[in-house]
Write a protein that binds this ligand. Structure first.
Ligand SMILES: [Zn+2]
Ligand SMILES: [Zn+2]
Length: 342
């Protein structure tokens, strides 16, 4: 099978290679990959800004079909359409694993950087991390499950409640998925804020969300009779956006940080956060408990979400990575089965 491999440490060192189809160990399955999403982490691995264990097949967000199974796997899983939590090799015995936070286990080695991943025809994963996907979910939308689970994990920590006014700052894929999730959770108003008019902000508008570039403070003041937003989600990591987010949140409101800044420190209007008595929460990766809600939210929001992704053949991975880096697509998916003619 063809696979996109980070071959060695350093900037670059990524190329397509011929690899054998994985044979699953006991308790593991081999999944025929339908689509795999490219996310910021993949760009960080390309440029050597994220830990990884080369040589390793890249790709950690995917959907596919169970093709072969190791001993001890539920036989009814054969042929199932699935998505998969990326929390492979979590130890199961540490403080965090024992409390249900395998996603934060120090021993975790996810597909795409710790073990061979999904930018390939097949990927091998432990069966206990699989989730079946319903017929209502197209493969293209199902491929968004991992980032949706990241969004749901963060929003659960921000305790979004029905009737809330929620502002999402940063209209990238995770920001848009946060907006979709809070609407499904019963938010009364959802506003997506971007730095400038962009295709991403326009796409958020086509999904029915209010959008703003500047003027967000006035809009939130109006929507909340002057109180401010109940929850602000920062999906950007930019200092300017975090400052905006804290200007929008109400007293005793919740601020949820989900966007990496890429810097050692970020200036924050600290005293404003204190005087508003804001609950600040930082979130990373996806908890296992967020996956079924993520699938359910995507299934009920599915119409319109096929348009969120642009599909590239795996052979065109360089164009796909460039489109993500240049933000000319909202979400790029690679199709490992597409021929060069597509
Ligand atoms: Zn990701
Ligand atoms: Zn552990």
């Amino acid at each position: 099978m063809l696979a996109l491999v980070k071959t060695a440490r350093g900037d670059g060192n990524v190329r397509l290679e011929e690899r054998p189809i994985p044979i699953p160990a006991p308790g593991w399955v081999s999944i025929a990959v339908r689509y795999a999403g490219i996310c910021g982490t993949d760009l960080h691995i390309l440029h050597d800004h994220f830990p990884y264990w080369p040589p390793v097949v890249m790709g950690h967000e995917f959907c596919g079909t169970v093709e072969t199974m190791g001993d001890g796997v539920d036989p009814t899983m054969l042929g199932a359409r699935v998505v998969c939590e990326p929390h492979s090799l979590a130890c199961g015995t540490c403080h965090l694993c024992r409390r249900g936070f395998a996603e934060l286990c120090a021993a975790k080695r996810s597909p795409g950087w710790g073990i061979d991943g999904a930018f390939a025809g097949n990927v091998a994963m432990p069966a206990h991390l699989l989730h079946r996907i319903p017929d209502a979910l197209s493969d293209r939308v199902a491929a968004l499950t991992e980032p949706m689970a990241v969004a749901v994990t963060a929003l659960a920590r921000g305790r979004v409640e029905a009737g809330d006014t929620v502002v999402v700052v940063g209209p990238g894929p995770v920001g848009i998925l946060c907006a979709i999730a809070v609407r499904a959770m019963g938010a009364a108003h959802v506003l997506v804020v971007g730095r400038s008019a962009s295709d991403r902000l326009r796409f958020a508008a086509t999904l029915g969300f209010a959008t703003a570039t500047d003027g967000a403070v006035d809009l939130v003041t109006e929507l909340t009779a002057g109180r401010g937003a109940d929850v602000v989600v920062d999906a950007s990591g930019s200092a300017e956006a975090i400052t905006t987010a804290l200007a929008l949140v109400r007293r005793r409101g919740r601020f949820v940080a989900i966007g990496m800044s890429g810097r050692a420190t970020v200036p924050v209007p600290w005293d404003l956060a204190i005087t508003r008595a804001v609950d600040m929460t930082f979130s990373m990766s996806s908890n296992g408990a967020a996956w079924d809600p993520a699938i359910s939210i995507l299934a009920r929001s599915a119409p319109g979400l096929d348009a969120m992704s642009t599909v590239f053949p795996l052979l065109a991975w360089e164009a796909a990575f460039a489109a993500v880096a240049d933000r000319t697509v909202i979400k790029a998916l690679v199709d490992p089965r597409a021929g060069p003619e597509r």
